[in-house]
Write a protein that binds this ligand. Structure first.
Ligand code: B12
Length: 434
């Protein structure tokens, strides 16, 4: 069969053909699961436009919530031309009843253990509506297939996944819903083989918490050391308690980690189920981790019920006080499948169910202590303040060892926020009628 595996953009007219690029691991992993007899084309809409005139027997589309509407558009286009369409990824897994309205089949959860059945069933014209295998084993080595022709161009950053499942149960996150709360690992020898088989030196570990299982993390970091790669990833702030593990991470090539700090409001922090709910401890953790050589990138969420209009300045003060180089500041987003989605729906606080707006930038609910528009504007202001040239220069002396990275990432943030500022009147009119 001729198969297309597609990762859609949120807005098809906003392609970014240049710059740093990380391929969508799920597509290339599913290509790797596909027996050689089939011809597979992976299409990342961020890089290439989609040609409906190309014939495919089967089209597999992967999506999150924000690009689900585009995935449904693509599904319609290909089905009209006679292809079978299968949807997968986090959004179809959480909302299979919705997704199946737009496709011939939906894979709920992971492709491992079901994709081969999907292929056989398409060939036998016996496709089922849904496929699901909970907690498939990760022991088998899957030779992830990146397209040969474009290997160099496509592989600016190479994604790696070692672990599935997250023990935390954060109210705004849906990861435990799809992967479960039990941590499962890919054997370290298979991670090493994958790294050896992919060209490049810069890797991103996609795991929600690369140090979630300390024993595994130690084994992994020891095995990475001889490979002489550089890598970034995500970890929980509790890493600060284990200086030895931080040193091992640095020695294995880690130069930056992304941390879900989420809030600077004490009341909100205390409510959260993560282990680091004391702001003072978080500040000490930031210092310790940064002093040991790891670029600390906090991710902040704005718009919790305890947040007042002062949250934007308070968050900036926190970032400046802790000499943070780069940060993400997102709007709280009630993704389907999360506790806050249920809560906001029950309280009739959801403004829209147009998933395109569920993108971390746009308030899609009524916050408690400000209007959605104030939250929207406040976040735009905070991100611009933090990433504007004068502010970035002020922080530069603390980050001279990563000066280029510090300047480049902040510049990219400034460019991205300017696009959002330009779109603000249109989105604001559509959602808040002002
Ligand atoms: C990497 C990543 C990104 C990258 C993606 C780019 C890239 N080139 O990879 C970047 C940084 C750009 C990104 C951006 C965003 N992300 Co993100 N991201 C992730 C992360 C950390 C890993 C996803 C991943 O690649 N996993 C590895 C692959 C192998 O697993 P997988 O995607 O789940 O695929 C498996 C199954 O789902 C299934 N499957 C997937 N697709 C398909 C398709 C078919 C046909 C089949 C059969 C099966 C199948 O099989 C796969 C193998 O098991 C997840 C967290 C997580 N743990 O999943 C968040 C996550 C997916 N992101 C999320 C969010 C919210 C965002 C943003 C909105 C955040 C923002 N601030 O803007 C944006 C949205 C971008 C957009 N398109 O509009 C949420 C999604 C929630 C939701 N309901 O949509 C997640 C779950 C994080 C979270 N904690 O909530 N993200």
């Amino acid at each position: 069969m001729k198969i297309a595996l597609i990762s859609p953009l949120r807005n098809a007219d906003r392609r970014k053909p240049k710059g740093i690029f990380m391929p969508q691991l799920s597509l290339h992993l599913i290509a790797g699961l596909t027996p050689e007899e089939h011809e597979v084309h992976t299409i990342e809409e961020e890089r290439e436009s989609i040609d409906f005139n190309e014939w495919y027997d089967l089209v597999g589309i992967s999506c999150m919530t924000s690009n689900a509407p585009r995935a449904y558009e693509l599904a319609k286009g290909f089905r009209e031309r006679g292809a079978k369409v299968v949807l997968g990824g986090i959004h179809p897994s959480i909302m299979p009843e919705e997704a199946i309205q737009h496709a011939d089949a939906v894979v709920i959860g992971e492709a491992e253990g079901v994709w081969e059945d999907v292929l056989k069933d398409v060939q036998a014209d016996k496709l089922r509506k849904t496929y699901r295998k909970d907690n498939p084993t990760l022991d088998r080595y899957i030779p992830v297939r990146y397209p040969k022709k474009s290997r160099k161009r496509i592989l600016s950053i190479i994604p790696v996944m070692t672990t599935k499942g997250c023990p935390y149960n954060c109210e705004f996150c849906s990861v435990h819903t799809i992967y479960g709360r039990k941590i499962r690992h890919i054997p370290v020898r298979n991670v090493v083989r994958y790294i050896r088989e992919t060209p490049g030196k810069l890797y991103m570990f996609l795991d929600d918490n690369i140090v979630g299982d300390v024993r595994y993390a130690r084994e992994l970091f020891t095995a990475l050391k001889p490979l002489k790669i550089k890598w970034v990833g995500q970890a929980s702030v509790s890493l600060a308690k284990n200086v030895d593990l931080i040193r091992m991470a640095v020695q294995s090539g880690c130069f930056g980690l992304f941390f879900g700090v989420e809030t600077v409001t004490t009341a909100q922090a205390e409510k959260m189920t993560k282990s680091h709910n004391n702001l003072k401890d978080t500040e000490e953790a930031i210092k310790r981790i940064a002093d040991l050589g790891i670029h600390f990138h906090p991710s902040m969420i704005l718009g919790f019920d305890d947040d007042t209009k002062g949250i934007f300045e308070e968050t900036l003060e926190f970032l400046y006080r802790n000499k943070i180089s780069t940060a993400s500041m997102n709007v709280l987003t009630p993704y389907p499948g999360t506790e806050i989605f249920k809560q906001f729906a029950e309280e009739d606080r959801l403004i829209t169910r147009n998933w395109r707006h569920y993108n971390h930038n746009t308030p899609v609910y009524k916050p408690k202590q400000m209007s959605p528009r104030e939250l929207y504007e406040g976040r735009l202001w905070a991100v611009k303040e933090f990433s504007k040239f004068s502010s970035v220069l002020k922080r530069l002396p603390y980050h001279l060892h990563v000066a280029i990275y510090h300047m480049m990432v902040n510049r990219a943030c400034l460019q991205a926020i300017q696009i959002e500022i330009d779109n603000f009147p249109t989105v604001s009119k559509e959602l808040y009628a002002v």
